[in-house]
Design a protein around this ligand. Structure first.
Ligand SMILES: Cc1cc2nc3c(=O)[nH]c(=O)nc-3n(C[C@H](O)[C@H](O)[C@H](O)COP(=O)(O)OP(=O)(O)OC[C@H]3O[C@@H](n4cnc5c(N)ncnc54)[C@H](O)[C@@H]3O)c2cc1C
Length: 338
């Protein structure tokens, strides 16, 4: 473990924003983290933990210590005939864990195939896609409290998971370093085919009773065609969350737009598409210098090359303002802005 100074973060965030960290260290074990957190010279300075940098927008140089979590292992903790509990180090690429489980026919996270980033960051926003969320299989999260270096295992019920939300984004934000995540998977998996797009692709391939491996493969194909690859064009996936709106607002908008759709939640609210709102405000495919809105995915803001974090941030604020003006809906960022 080496403490770097004035370290460029350009290759540490998928927006490829060219900022630097005053101090930077990559850690490979709990011991590394404890040693780094006890370093006297860095104790009083701002601290940021990162994984793959795929859910971060940097708007300035980071005047403190950035720790990149690269703790990497996959261990079986417990198993019986029906289920298996697997613990992975926070630095394991999330998709490597998914592929490991899919290959071994352990079901429950296959619909989360190809989500970028690390396993340690997965609980932070309770990653989700194609009808699965991490919370469906999460068993526990292990980590270290920054204040006193105490170790803690946080069980699923304590994580307060919600849509792209958890205790790690709220009460424990900036207080807890996640070192490992355990998931409880099924050895007799049932595939989750709640998304029409997945069924359509399986039909095209004439697959009638898909295995989790086939579902994973189809989801990878869909994602590769639908989403911009951050290695080619800087982005952090969905910039905003899909809003939840009241029944009356939903009906007002529905009256005006035939193509407006929503999904009614048990609490009576409707989850609607942020991409639809952004497109209706005319942002799809717009480009301002090197900052822009993706031509196919209006929810994805992109850096075509040398955009600054502030240019992307300004664009996001303009989008928010126009959506609010037109629909009276406040978009909320999914990306973490620093
Ligand atoms: C093309 C693309 C597609 C995407 N698709 C999806 C999707 O379908 N569903 C979805 O949910 N997300 C999606 N994302 C968002 C992103 O992949 C996830 O949020 C992912 O979990 C972020 O992981 P990361 O390691 O890159 O986290 P980072 O971006 O490095 O960090 C994200 C946040 O977590 C904190 N953090 C990271 N690691 C730790 C740790 N070990 N301990 C404490 N705090 C930590 C950081 O401080 C930061 O606040 C997508 C992103 C991209 C670029």
């Amino acid at each position: 473990m080496k403490l770097e100074t004035n370290y460029s973060l350009k290759n540490e965030n998928t927006f490829h924003i060219d900022v630097s960290a005053k101090y930077f260290a990559e850690v490979f074990s709990e011991e590394d983290i404890k040693n780094m957190l006890s370093e006297r010279r860095i104790k009083e300075i701002p601290l940021l933990i990162i994984g793959g940098g795929s859910n971060i927008l940097f708007t300035r140089n980071f005047d403190g210590l950035v720790i990149k979590n690269s703790i990497s292992y996959i261990n079986v903790i417990e198993e019986d005939d029906n289920k298996i509990i697997i613990e992975a180090g926070a630095g394991v690429r999330w998709d490597d864990l998914v592929q490991y489980c899919v290959e071994k026919k352990y079901g429950g996270i296959e619909n989360l195939s190809l989500i970028p980033g690390t396993t340690g960051a997965a609980p932070i926003q309770n990653i989700g896609a194609y009808g699965q969320e991490l919370k469906d299989t999460l068993y526990y999260v292990k980590g270290i409290f920054i204040e006193n270096l105490a170790l803690k295992k946080i069980i699923k019920d304590e994580c307060n998971f919600g849509y792209r939300d958890s205790i790690f984004k709220r009460e424990l934000k900036g207080k807890f370093v996640i070192t490992a995540v355990a998931v409880c998977l099924s050895k007799k998996p049932k595939v989750n085919l709640t998304y029409a797009a997945v069924n359509e692709e399986l039909d095209k391939l004439n697959i009638k009773e898909p295995s989790i491996k086939e579902v994973s493969k189809v989801i990878r194909m869909i994602r590769e065609t639908k989403l911009p690859n951050p290695t080619e064009i800087g982005n952090a996936g969905s910039f905003f969350k899909n809003p939840e709106i009241s029944e009356s607002l939903y009906l007002d908008i529905k009256n005006l737009y035939q193509d407006f759709k929503g999904y009614k939640l048990p609490n009576g609210y409707h989850k609607i598409s942020a991409a639809w709102l952004i497109e209706k405000c005319g942002w799809k495919g717009q480009r301002f210098g090197d900052a822009g809105v993706h031509k196919d995915q209006p929810l994805v803001l992109v850096n075509f090359g040398t955009a600054s974090g502030n240019e992307i941030r300004d664009l996001s604020l303009q989008i928010k303002e126009s959506v609010f003006k037109k629909f009276k809906i406040e978009l909320e960022e999914e990306v973490n802005i620093f």
